[in-house]
Design a protein around this ligand. Structure first.
Ligand code: PEP
Ligand code: MN
Length: 359
């Protein structure tokens, strides 16, 4: 029987990003103990991007968590990133361990942790690696299975991106967890909307999406005073907001036949979103080239519109479209729009350059 297979749906993990003080841990524990929480989370050793940030309290925090567990009868979970963390977590009666994204990414580290867990009967949750690699995620799960860990859940917390304009802190990349679900239909899937979004106001939306995709659980960072949190302040929610998220959550039936369809649809839509982004990036690059050509035409006193070039575009692009079984008319229509925009831009360039000369 899996620890994650509770009657409460979703399987809810809540608690602060980090255990900060004894008062904070006991305070949030008291509030969460009145809610349908299956597991209390708190980071005790924090993997921080830059040195000098709050790196967790360590062993002392395990003592507070042990006290919380006893007083509020809540099972507890912490992140372990080294074999010594495993030993300490076991010493203080931690019920479930989790591997963080920065650990899953490193097979040596995962193996060290797995060795420390050989022969230990404890549920373990494995967050996706920071990079979008389903094999690496599954590899970490396999390393744990090989040392005898039987009860494993996967946590989807999103993937790093260099796209500064992204609305997410970590890109969800839904096709990756979907692929893990395809390979491991029995695997408990938990979504961490806090680290995906990085913003508390988006947590409800991603939580619902996870329910729509058939995830069994949610891990939501919760803090009494989120804005005062020592780590991840922007994404943590208050206990009352957590309650509101739960009240509005539509939990789908586990074997909803429409779910597979939705998952397939989601898979294709995410890929399509990526293709559209590429199309727009390419059009932007094409327009940049067109600007350069505009300056050259000006320099050599050439006309902006050159009929033989346009004829060549229609012919070659039309031919390519035909070979790919696309309608020639459709692709030529798209190129009319692009070419007109290009000409408009070049005329503007010529106009501005002439003004500069006359000034
Ligand atoms: C966390 O859960 O607080 C955490 C550090 O997560 P991740 O490994 O997903 O960054
Ligand atoms: Mn966090």
């Amino acid at each position: 029987m899996s620890f994650f297979n509770t009657t409460a749906k979703p399987f809810l993990i809540a608690g602060p990003c980090s255990a900060e003080t004894e008062e904070q841990v006991m305070g949030i524990g008291e509030q969460l103990s009145k809610m349908p929480i299956s597991l209390f989370r708190a980071g005790v050793w924090k993997p921080r991007t830059k040195p000098g940030s709050f790196e967790g309290v360590g062993e002392d925090a395990l003592k507070w968590l042990q006290q919380l567990k006893k007083e509020y009868r809540l099972p507890i979970t912490v992140e372990v990133a080294e074999a010594t963390h495993v030993e300490l977590a076991l010493k203080y009666g931690v019920d479930v361990l989790w591997l963080g994204a920065r650990t899953t990414v490193n097979p040596f580290q995962v193996q060290n942790i797995a060795e420390a867990l050989r022969g230990v009967d404890i549920p373990v949750m494995v967050k996706n690696p920071v990079n979008p690699d389903v094999d690496l995620w599954e590899g970490a799960i396999e390393r744990l299975e090989r040392v005898g860990i039987k009860d494993i859940a996967a946590i989807h917390r999103g993937f790093s991106t260099y796209n500064a304009a992204s609305i997410y802190r970590n890109q969800p990349n839904w096709p990756i967890p979907i692929e893990l679900m395809r390979r491991r239909p029995e695997m408990t899937m938990i979504c961490d909307p806090s680290h995906i979004t990085g913003k508390r106001e988006m947590v409800a939306n991603i939580s619902q999406k996870a329910m729509d995709m058939g995830y069994a659980g949610l891990m939501i960072e919760t803090h009494q005073q989120p804005d005062e949190a020592w780590s991840d302040a922007r994404q943590q929610v208050s206990p009352s907001s957590l309650q509101e998220i739960l009240d509005n959550l539509i939990v789908r039936a586990a074997h909803d036949p429409a779910m597979n369809e939705r998952m397939g649809l989601e898979h294709y839509r995410t890929i399509m979103d990526g293709i559209d982004a590429e199309i727009i990036d390419l059009i932007s690059r094409r327009m940049e080239l067109s600007d350069k050509i505009g300056s050259i035409k000006n320099e050599h006193n050439m006309t902006v519109y050159q009929p033989e070039r346009w004829r060549e575009i229609v012919e070659t692009r039309g031919e390519r479209a035909k070979n790919l079984h696309l309608s020639t008319d459709f692709i030529v229509a798209v190129y009319e729009l692009i070419h007109n925009e290009s000409i408009k831009k070049q005329l503007r360039i010529l106009d501005n350059l002439q003004k500069d000369i006359n000034a």
